[in-house]
Design a protein. Structure first.
Length: 301
């Protein structure tokens, strides 16, 4: 399992009865989590002294209930390359805060890859494409390591939020291209333009819509997207990352996708490999790990 265990300002304190108790920079939030199927005693202080509680509705969706919580605050994350990222948080629709903290396990991995490659050859430009880029966690980690990043998301609000995070992280002048676009259509245009990338990150939703109402269902669309992405990937790519929060796309499925579409690269370089695992967050009250989806990683050693 890829475990995001280097957080200093975020913590999963406890989990029980379909919910998780988290500390986000000292503010305590209780949010629903479908993986939490156990009913264990809620002994931790925060269960009765939370700053915010997202209540699920039996009809779908839900709403926030706040107790002395600011409209916005920030937390920091230290990458292994001695760079610090700052994220602006604000509870909004469907339990979200603007950050998926488990992804820090991947930020650590690829920021170190980029940093090492730049150290070997400071003049080499490393171009990274981040699809379904949300509020920019992966974008900022790649940019902080020295990459030139193209950030693509269908939501203008999310792209603006990502820009705010970049400014807070001291990366306003970093070589990041911010785009509000449908990810599939963007990749198809990049193929026609002949543009190439050294690395691709994709964090697709299980279900979503593009700027013009285009429907995305991950099980039906992910293979085609990976397939067309191969046409904009360099002959000697650095890495390829796929994240999935859909239970049907288990680590072995991600490995199958990556090994199938990157077969030529893997055959040419015996040191290149694919490693797909569950992603998790440590639970501080009991030392266990909360599963948070899966990631498939291709790395060209």
């Amino acid at each position: 399992m890829f475990i995001a265990n280097n957080w200093k300002e975020y913590d999963v304190i406890d989990t029980s009865k379909g919910e998780k108790l988290e500390s986000w920079g000292g503010y305590l939030l209780v949010r629903p989590d479908p993986q939490v199927i156990w009913d264990t005693p809620k002994k931790e202080y925060g269960w009765k002294h939370m700053n915010g509680h997202y209540h699920r509705s039996s009809k779908g969706g839900g709403e926030w209930e706040f107790f002395d919580l600011p409209q916005q605050w920030s937390i920091n994350y230290e990458l292994p390359i001695n760079k610090t990222l700052t994220f602006n948080l604000k509870p909004f629709s469907f339990k979200h805060t603007g950050l998926f903290p488990e992804q820090a396990a991947n930020w650590d991995w690829f920021s170190q890859l980029i940093y090492n490659k730049k150290k070997e050859n400071p003049d080499k430009e490393i171009k990274v494409l981040n699809l379904f880029a949300y509020t920019g966690g992966a974008t900022l980690a790649a940019a902080a390591a020295g990459a030139k990043v193209t950030h693509v998301d269908a939501s203008k609000g999310m792209v603006n939020w990502a820009k705010e995070n970049a400014a807070s992280s001291g990366l306003s002048d970093a070589p990041i291209r911010w785009l509000v676009d449908d990810c599939v259509k963007f990749v198809e245009r990049e193929i026609r333009r002949g543009n190439k990338y050294d690395a691709i990150i994709m964090d697709p939703p299980s279900y979503g819509r593009g700027p013009k109402g285009e429907i995305w269902k991950i099980e039906e669309s992910i293979h085609n997207l990976v397939k067309i992405c191969m046409q904009i990937l360099n002959d000697k790519p650095l890495f390829f990352l796929i994240n999935s929060y859909t239970t049907g796309l288990q680590p072995a499925v991600l490995t199958y996708l990556l090994r199938t579409e990157l077969k030529d690269v893997l055959d040419k370089n015996p040191k290149a490999f694919v490693d797909s695992q569950e992603v998790g967050l440590p639970v501080s009250s009991n030392g266990l790990v909360l599963p948070c989806g899966a990631s498939g990683r291709f790395q060209n050693a």
